[in-house]
Design a binder for this molecule. Structure first.
Ligand code: ADP
Ligand code: MG
Length: 631
């Protein structure tokens, strides 16, 4: 195959091709027929037999073969949810939990939240009396273990997407192995797209036979079963860049437009890394395609966590005749969600990954190169309904010689504190707010901080957004600014027009209300006094300090570019441009989180009095770095 030029003029993208084969496909028909055509359907009896007879069953199968949506239904049909028991299926991602739960409810013809439900952090759509098939994040199941260490209500727990090696999945696998020794009735299914099935099997091999419990008649085999589900393949042709590019967003956009110009119908799936670059790409396609008569045929859909149900539905709904869907996604579409109709995949070669530096004690989300295993998964998404094409925005030489074969498990690149103690900083902040008499305000702040962003960013009008933000800005910083937004929202009677006018994301605000309500209930149960401080921002900022004292930073004395140093590690950090304190640069601040791009940026920043640090967190600060601190 000769190299092909996929674009004319400047910004041209030149690709070389090679070949790859991928998974099965099928057309559209009635739900039941669709179910029967999925590769796992043929294995229904085998799966049920293995689960019956083995404590652990490991199932490996191509993305889209029906593992997540079908296996829980098989189990239900076979009686594993009888007698009030529950079948659980975990996912590393919240959006995947919502999407598959709603799909399974639809296939079973039941209302979501009844027989089929889901639980993610801050959102519980289950009814303990009737829910029999429950989808949840691995993190939520870990949390449930605190109240019920043996997870007694579950008959089968399917740990899905195990190949992702998310930190919560790994924790869960370790703890489930322990639970198994005490609960011979419990069955585990470990499922994934690609996995080292042998090492997983070795891990779950039970070393010693338990003593049979009284009245026990049947014991499952201690040796895990391994089942591999075959998919039927369509070829995917791979194209590489001839030269590396510096701007993968621009390059992805050019490739989308060229495919649309030159290639026959079929939807496009673009892998970028997060809300920022995805929104930027959407914006660019709209702008660059403006003078293009064919442009109106494109339906451009971003896909990242935090999308509303309606937005999710659009992603999954079939493409109308004469149109071409362009889904611009994080790596959630790599294996967690399968979109029908994709024929072209554009792979930026990057994803957002968590990295922890134990020396500086800083954990950040970084845009980092993906592994070969991920690249192959992404490519496979193009071959679902017919032969497809995958455009890799990197060179073949890079793929072969530099891309790592496998990713590093999240556990090896995270700060383990949050695993051992679940969200300690927010909790401490809320507890302190009870004593400081500002719990109502802190509850609002905590709810907003739990949401990615309350600002409507995707409309691309950066200047207007900045102006809107200024209308709410408080000199004390972002946390107090949030209170102004929340107050305005309540005064507008929670109006969506008001949100639109002020560049606030209405869906996010609704979520804030929900989370806040949940936090209030928890606080009430714990006996925290619910009280408003009537805008005593000192009390509010002290409560924030009580939780986040470890994130205190001081402006460098002679810094002209707003450089701060963290008090604890003397790391260079800067205020993020999205903060109301950007360019204001007060002397002492506390940040909520860090994002790394070219520099370490502090997101959500509040001003403090340095004296509070020794007052509120003497155990941390007394004899330490603050000896030079002015009082
Ligand atoms: P696997 O877990 O093996 O990757 P899934 O069970 O997720 O496979 O997917 C099986 C099929 O169900 C796929 O054809 C997929 O497109 C379809 N599907 C899954 N979720 C949805 C949804 N929310 N809406 C429409 N189709 C869906
Ligand atoms: Mg799946």
């Amino acid at each position: 195959e000769k190299p092909r030029l996929l674009d004319d003029g400047e910004g041209g993208v030149l690709f070389f091709s090679s070949s790859y084969s991928s998974s099965s496909g099928f057309g559209f028909s009635s739900t039941e027929k669709q179910r029967q055509r999925l590769p796992v359907y043929k294995y229904r009896t085998a799966i049920l037999y293995l689960v019956e007879t083995h404590a652990t069953t490991i199932i490996v199968g191509e993305t889209g073969s029906g593992k997540t949506t079908q296996i829980p239904q098989f189990l239900k049909e076979a009686g594993w949810a009888d007698g009030g028991r529950v079948i659980a299926c975990t996912q590393p991602r919240r959006l995947a939990v919502q999407a598959v739960a709603s799909r399974v409810a639809e296939e079973m013809g039941v209302k979501l939240g009844e027989e089929v439900g889901y639980t993610i952090r801050f959102e519980d759509l289950t009814n303990p009396d009737v829910t029999r098939v429950k989808f949840l994040t691995d993190g939520v199941l870990l949390r449930e273990m605190m109240d019920d260490p043996l997870l007694t209500k579950y008959s089968v727990i399917m740990v899905d997407e195990a190949h992702e090696r998310s930190i919560s999945t790994d924790m869960l696998l370790g703890l489930l192995k322990k639970i198994q020794r005490r609960r011979p009735d419990l069955r585990l299914i470990i499922s994934s797209a690609t996995i080292e099935a042998k090492s997983m099997s070795t891990f779950f091999q039970m070393s010693k036979r338990r003593r049979a419990l009284e009245g026990e008649t049947f014991e499952p085999k201690v040796e895990p079963a391994i089942l591999s589900v075959e998919g039927r393949g369509f070829n995917v042709q791979i194209f590489y860049l001839e030269e590396p590019v510096s701007d993968y967003v621009q390059s992805a956009v050019s490739t989308v437009l060229s495919i649309h110009e030159q290639e026959p119908p079929g939807d496009i799936l673009v892998f970028l890394t997060g809300q920022d670059d995805i929104d930027a790409a959407v914006q660019l396609i709209v702008e660059e395609g403006q003078n293009d008569r064919k442009r109106s045929e494109l339906i451009i859909l971003p896909l990242y966590s935090g999308l509303s149900r309606a937005e999710q539905d659009l992603i999954f709904s079939p493409t109308p005749r004469g149109k071409r869907k362009v889904v611009i996604s994080t790596n959630i579409a790599e294996t967690s969600l399968t979109l029908e109709g994709i024929v072209y995949v554009i792979d930026s070669g990057f994803s957002k990954q968590r990295f922890y530096n134990p020396i500086t004690d800083i954990e950040s989300l970084i845009v980092a190169p993906i592994s070969k295993a991920s690249a192959r998964q992404r490519t496979g998404r193009a071959g679902r309904i017919r032969p497809g094409k995958c455009y890799r925005l990197y060179t073949e030489e890079y793929f072969i010689n530099e891309m790592p074969a496998e990713g590093i498990p999240e556990m090896q690149r995270s700060n383990l504190v949050t695993c051992v103690i679940q969200e300690p900083m927010i909790s401490k902040m809320i507890l302190a707010s009870g004593e400081l008499g500002c719990s109502e305000e802190i509850m609002t702040i905590a709810a907003i901080l739990s949401i990615q962003s309350i600002w409507a960013s995707s409309r691309g009008a950066q200047k207007e957004l900045d102006e809107a933000r200024l209308r709410f800005a408080a000199a004390e910083g972002d946390h107090v600014t949030f209170l102004n937004v929340y107050k305005g929202f309540l005064q507008s009677n929670k109006s969506s027009q008001w949100c639109h006018k002020n560049f606030i994301n209405y869906q996010a605000m609704k979520k804030v209300m929900e989370v806040r309500e949940q936090l209030r209930r928890i606080a009430q149960r714990l006996g925290i006094i619910l009280k408003s401080c009537e805008r005593d921002t000192t009390a509010i900022r002290k409560a924030v300090t009580a939780g986040f004292f470890a994130n205190a930073c001081q402006l460098e004395a002679y810094s002209h570019n707003g450089m701060y140093k963290t008090v604890r590690g003397s790391q260079e950090v800067y205020i993020h441009p999205s903060s109301v304190l950007f360019r204001v640069n007060p002397k002492w601040v506390i940040y909520h989180s860090l994002v790394s791009t070219d520099r370490q940026y502090m997101r959500n920043v509040v001003t403090i009095d340095p004296g509070w640090l020794t007052e509120i967190a003497p155990h941390f600060y007394q004899q330490r770095q603050l000896s030079h601190m002015p009082h």
